[in-house]
Design a protein around this ligand. Structure first.
Ligand SMILES: C[S@@+](CC[C@H](N)C(=O)[O-])C[C@H]1O[C@@H](n2cnc3c(N)ncnc32)[C@H](O)[C@@H]1O
Length: 398
């Protein structure tokens, strides 16, 4: 249905009262009931602002079925994005609260968890989740909308450990849940879940030799052609670095490493001008998430870079981090954030490949590099003159 049950309306108000969001993203907004209530409660009731010109709540929505969107939703929401929420959300910013009302069950289970990860990554405070529970809520396509089909079942046991406030309701097809999930709870729970999931095979029969495991040779790296990506670069000096063919820079190695993965999440920590993320997007079949604490990007045709999600904020709070397959760390180079980040990866059970830039830049970085206990390889001869190191978390340290 393009709408949802009514039992959870008072829970919704309570969740909005707890979080007092200044911005909301409503995923799968349908007829727009949840947007209308948020506007009514936060602007009109709490803010005493009934005139549209005075509204302050920033309210956006995503809806896949464009025909649902009519004048009444357009009058309430600031922006409505038509498309698949799983893709559209990558191009959006951060909202205090992301609301998912009766939409999670429209995704396959695994994709549903990945969508939750994305929603948590785009939420500063919390997720609000309304979801039918159990196997009784079967629903085919209706209103001519194939996306109305229910594709997954969720249980209260899966959601409850993350939620700070909730209520369960009994309906004829089964239970129905209303959950407030603070972002911190979500990240912690999801990290624990992923830590227990053996999604990487431990290559016990392989020698601890990172070069051999990843086929790292000059010939292979040389075959990476970054020229098509260089057109996005504004800064001429960096364009030269980006296209280096003398193994003085690391961009071709990054492109090569990205080509080893397909359909995976790659993190670039320390966006700066945006060019390492660009190299990591060499294989567009992956998604690159690039973080910085300020926006220093110098890119043209940014809107064409669909496989890169450039974000400003704290990378440690991104729930996609534990399941990333490849991470580039290129930040302060004083050894202290690097050590903090490395310890965080151990804590959350990261199981991929970590690329460290500038490991020989100064004594603090040399020191940081020397203390790493996982299998590691200095690949400076294939990458950046200031030192590039690879750390393989997939193999337990000997
Ligand atoms: C049951 S309705 C819920 C509407 C509203 N959130 C509410 O609670 O009243 C589910 C909505 O999610 C939309 N939807 C389903 N799959 C979607 C997707 N992949 N991306 C965005 N919206 C989707 C459907 O078209 C429908 O409008």
């Amino acid at each position: 249905m393009l709408t949802s049950p009514y039992s959870h309306i008072s829970n919704y108000i309570a969740f909005l009262d707890t979080t007092r969001p200044q911005s909301i993203l409503d995923v799968g907004l349908g007829n727009g009931k949840l947007g209308f209530i948020a506007r009514d409660f936060l602007d009109v009731m709490m803010g005493e602002r009934f005139r549209k010109s005075e509204w302050r709540l920033h309210l956006d929505g995503i809806e896949i079925f464009g025909e649902y969107i009519q004048d009444h939703q357009k009058a309430i929401y600031d922006q409505i994005h038509i498309g698949d929420a799983f893709d559209v959300i990558d191009s959006l910013g951060t909202y205090d609260v992301v609301v998912m009302g009766d939409v999670l069950e429209h995704f396959d289970k695994e994709i549903g968890w990945l969508l939750l990860d994305k929603c948590a990554a785009h939420a500063a405070k919390a997720l609000i989740l309304f979801v039918p529970l159990g196997k009784g809520w079967v629903q085919p396509a209706i209103y001519g909308n194939v996306y109305e089909t229910h594709r997954s079942c969720w249980t209260s046991a899966e959601i409850l450990p993350m939620s700070s406030q909730h209520e369960l309701f009994a309906y004829t097809p089964g239970e129905y849940g209303a959950f407030l999930i603070p972002k911190g709870n979500y990240v912690e729970h999801r990290c624990n879940m992923l830590k227990q999931a053996p999604f990487f095979h431990k290559p016990s029969d392989m020698p601890n030799n990172i070069r051999r495991r990843f086929n790292l040779t000059r010939e292979r790296i040389q075959s990476v052609d970054l020229l098509p990506l260089a057109r996005y670069i504004i800064n001429e000096e960096y364009r030269g670095y980006f296209l280096d063919t003398q193994f003085k820079e690391h961009y071709r190695l990054l492109g090569y490493l990205s080509s080893l993965y397909k359909g995976q999440t790659i993190f670039d920590v320390g966006t700066l001008k945006g060019y390492s993320a660009l190299a990591l997007s060499y294989n567009p079949a992956n998604q690159v998430v690039s973080y910085d604490i300020e926006d220093l990007k110098q890119l043209r045709h940014r809107e064409e870079l669909k496989s890169i999600d450039y974000r400003i904020g704290n990378v440690l709070e991104d729930p996609r981090l534990p399941s990333a397959h490849l991470i580039l760390l290129d930040t302060y180079h004083d050894g202290s954030f690097e050590a903090h980040f490395y310890n965080h990866l151990k804590k959350i059970g990261f199981k991929g490949l970590l690329v460290l830039d500038d490991i020989h830049l100064n004594s603090a970085m040399e020191n940081f590099w020397s203390r790493i206990t996982e299998p590691k390889e200095d690949v400076t001869d294939l990458a950046h003159w200031s030192g590039t190191g690879l750390v393989d978390f997939a193999i337990a340290p000997c």
